[in-house]
Design a protein around this ligand. Structure first.
Ligand code: PFF
Length: 452
């Protein structure tokens, strides 16, 4: 086997920095924007339970597999899969994992950049007091008129994408690591502060908790099941190579099981904490828990607008969301950026600009889905935005996940595998069972149940 000399793209300076970067990728709009509204729409506790089961039995083993494959291959996901297929004596077609991942990355970034842009836009408007004592109708009108204006939506989306490209262009150490080093601790601090605010200033904290943890089976359907699984992949950044790309920069000599477990735990904690911040505010103000994607942009401003200190805490909330989104969007770009760096002579900065421009162009479709392009429907009457969200999360990520599980479980050379898992000897049989059988079969069953 080749001697491990790290990645040409750079390396995380420590295991902790890898954990921060991967947790930064995992913790994002998926936790703060998407998880609470999905839980709200799909019956609270039952959805949360299905989601937690998917995280533990499907997500965690695949998370380990992605880190392992990345660290073994030490390149962009496409490059790593080619190298690993060669070294394991199997077909190079497995690099389809990398290609599908890059496509999913563009699709996710298309809508991710738009929502992140909205969150950024809400920072100045909350701070300037636009929502103080606002009525429910006025909050809805204000949100609607904002997203109906294509210039505003594209403007904020472009600003967000520029920031993402700027960080990516600075490289692994000076760009990605420096960003997560400061933003991740800030994010946790803000979240704890907001949780205390929600717990102590609303008298509905217990009701919020009950909503999250008590099952309401009537609102749970088979569609909820695939949504829970798609959310498990999305929230852990799995199935598209983001974690594989980050794994390529992880130092050797630390346990993959322990690292993956920590990342999954941090991510799940943030999702549950976000729910615990949001639902008590929703209930305390008599608002609708199943408000859909608008939950964060209509319901929360109303809640903050009525509460003591809401102007400050509301602003902090949208700062938190923006931070969380940036540490994720840089990981969505990384697989494609690393690949362009490997394949061309463009260098890091120009590769980041090129990939970012493509992602931005994809994003226009999503930005226009709320205004001039609201009638351009693709499948099933879904807008471009909805289609990107549905196809990437519910189809491409789980499919990528199955392929990653099958490759890591059945095709990767044993020597390679044992060398990566040398710190995790005890867990190998358990992991092998999960990655070979439970994870792929689990994803397949959810697919079948949904289709039938
Ligand atoms: N995990 C991110 C979130 O929950 O917001 C989204 C994401 C990032 C998905 C990176 C996929 C990915 F590769």
């Amino acid at each position: 086997m080749s001697i491990d000399s790290g990645s040409k793209h750079g390396m995380w300076s420590s295991r902790l920095m890898f954990i921060m970067a991967a947790a930064g990728s995992a913790v994002g709009l998926g936790n703060i924007w998407r998880f609470p509204y999905l839980a709200g729409e799909n019956g609270g506790g039952v959805f949360v339970l299905a989601y937690l089961l998917c995280i533990a039995f499907i997500g965690l083993p695949i998370l380990m597999a992605e880190i392992l494959l990345g660290r073994a291959g030490r390149q962009s996901p496409i490059g790593a899969m080619v190298v690993l297929a060669d070294r394991s004596g199997v077909s190079r077609r497995w690099s389809v994992i990398g290609w599908m991942g890059a496509l999913a990355g563009f699709m996710i970034l298309s809508f991710y950049g738009v929502i992140a842009g909205w969150a950024m836009a809400y920072v100045p408007s909350t701070l300037s007091g636009d929502f103080v004592n606002i009525s429910a109708e006025a909050a809805a009108t204000s949100f609607d008129s904002f997203i109906l204006n294509p210039w505003q939506v594209v403007g904020w989306q472009s600003l967000f994408m520029l920031l993402t490209v700027y960080i990516a262009a600075r490289g692994v150490g000076r760009g990605l690591e420096t960003t997560v080093r400061y933003l991740m601790p800030a994010l946790f601090g803000l979240l704890v502060l907001l949780l205390a605010y929600s717990a102590f200033t609303t008298d509905r904290f217990v009701e919020g908790l009950a909503f999250l943890f008590q099952p309401d089976f009537a609102r749970f359907s088979t569609d909820s099941l695939i949504t829970a699984m798609g959310q498990a992949f999305f929230t852990l950044s799995l199935g598209m190579g983001a974690i594989m790309a980050y794994g390529a920069y992880m130092p050797k000599g630390s346990s993959i099981m322990g690292t993956a477990g920590t990342i999954a735990l941090l991510d799940t904690t943030v999702a549950l904490m976000s729910g615990m911040v949001i639902f008590p505010l929703v209930f305390a103000n008599g608002l609708e828990s199943s408000a859909g994607p608008g939950l964060m942009f209509i319901t929360l401003p109303i809640a903050f607008g009525q509460m003591v200190g809401g102007q400050i805490f509301g602003t902090l909330f949208f700062v938190l969301v923006t931070f969380a989104a940036i540490t994720s969007s840089i990981s969505l770009l990384e697989p494609a950026v690393a690949w362009v760096v490997e394949k061309t002579s463009l260098g890091r900065a120009r590769s980041a600009a090129l990939v970012g421009a493509i992602a931005w162009a994809f994003g226009l479709g999503s930005a226009f889905s709320f205004n001039i392009g609201a009638d351009w429907t693709l499948f099933n009457g879904m807008t471009f935005f909805d289609t990107m969200d549905y196809v990437s999360n519910n189809i491409l990520l789980p499919l990528g996940g199955i392929l990653i599980a099958l490759f890591a479980g059945w095709r990767l050379g044993q020597e390679e595998l044992l060398s990566q898992l040398s710190e995790d000897q005890r867990w190998i049989p358990v992991w092998r069972f999960l990655i070979r059988y439970l994870a792929p079969v689990g994803v397949l069953i959810v697919f079948l149940v949904t289709i039938l």
